[in-house]
Ligand binder design. Structure first.
Ligand SMILES: NC(=O)c1ccc[n+]([C@@H]2O[C@H](COP(=O)([O-])OP(=O)(O)OC[C@H]3O[C@@H](n4cnc5c(N)ncnc54)[C@H](O)[C@@H]3O)[C@@H](O)[C@H]2O)c1
Length: 269
């Protein structure tokens, strides 16, 4: 299908490098005819290669720390300037835990960092939605997507406080999805993605082992960042107009599988 986002404009946050899920979403949104605005934290703009992506997509880049009210307001103002009015979609692709990054065990968390994890990875989703809602920045039937992980429902010990952040993120999609749906038919969903080899993913202890484990457990194997981007595009499009307030598993069947033959083989002596 070609051009399913033609005439639409959206904000895409979180493209750090070519591995980033958001990077792939930006390329596909552009390919499907959307006009996009790229955003990331100012420090990431200095470190990353977002400007080459911006060139490929003909997109402006707006620095915004997702925990700053002023930055998020400015991001939506800039996006509406670029769109010449309301926008159609938003991708929240933001996650970071200082506790996970610094190897703090879940039973020995630093609480200042815990608050940072929640602020960056979950409350920022609410902040973006609230700013958009109050500025009436998103068109009727617009779509907002956040990226989650199954550690929100089941324990993955090395995922630490990010599991709590993802549980809050998914809850925000349900709660805000109700209000935004009533106000303006704006849809809010999270996609619960397979482990994916990106900077954020690889920062989790034991990542390679649970990447391989999930791959063997899932009948379709792990979903790639490219596949995730395709799913995001479908949610931004008009083909999914009645989908809202959902956490949508995009994981090759992992979440519904108890045990796979591939894994059982490993335990047969
Ligand atoms: N990689 C995986 O295994 C996996 C699995 C499921 C869900 N996710 C989620 O997908 C999303 C994107 O992550 P990714 O895997 O593409 O990794 P990534 O490291 O490429 O992207 C994470 C992004 O968050 C941005 N960010 C961090 N702090 C920020 C702040 N204060 N303000 C604005 N942006 C900030 C980073 O600059 C980076 O671009 C995250 O929410 C992540 O938790 C990832």
């Amino acid at each position: 299908m070609q051009g399913i986002l033609t005439g639409k404009t959206g904000i895409i946050t979180g493209a750090l490098d070519e591995q980033s899920i958001a990077w792939k979403v930006a390329l596909k949104a552009h390919e499907q005819g959307a006009k996009i605005i790229l955003s990331n934290a100012p420090v990431a703009l200095r470190m990353g290669t977002i400007h080459s992506l911006a060139e490929q997509c003909g997109a402006p880049v707006v620095g915004a720390d997702a925990t700053s009210q002023q930055d998020v307001e400015n991001l939506f103002d800039e996006a509406m300037n670029h769109a010449g009015g309301q926008i159609d979609f938003v991708l929240h692709s933001i996650g970071m835990s200082p506790n996970v990054r610094k190897g703090k065990h879940y039973t020995n968390l630093n609480y200042d960092w815990y608050q940072k994890s929640l602020d960056i990875s979950a409350l920022s989703f609410h902040r973006m939605l609230q700013v958009a809602y109050q500025k009436d920045a998103i068109k009727q039937w617009g779509s907002v997507v956040g990226l989650s992980y199954i550690a929100a429902q089941r324990t993955f010990p090395d995922y630490g406080d990010m599991a709590d952040a993802k549980a809050v993120l998914e809850s925000i999609a349900r709660s805000f999805g109700y209000h935004y749906g009533k106000k303006n038919q704006v849809r809010v969903n999270t996609i619960s993605q397979s482990p994916t080899k990106t900077t954020a993913g690889s920062g989790v202890g034991g990542f390679d082992a649970f990447f391989d484990y999930a791959d063997k457990m899932s009948p379709l194997g792990n979903a790639s960042a490219d596949d995730c981007a395709n799913y995001c595009i479908s949610l931004f499009s008009d083909l999914t107009k009645m989908v809202t307030m959902q956490n949508l598993f995009h994981d090759g069947g992992f979440s519904s599988t108890g045990i796979s033959a591939d894994l059982m083989e490993k335990f047969v002596s």
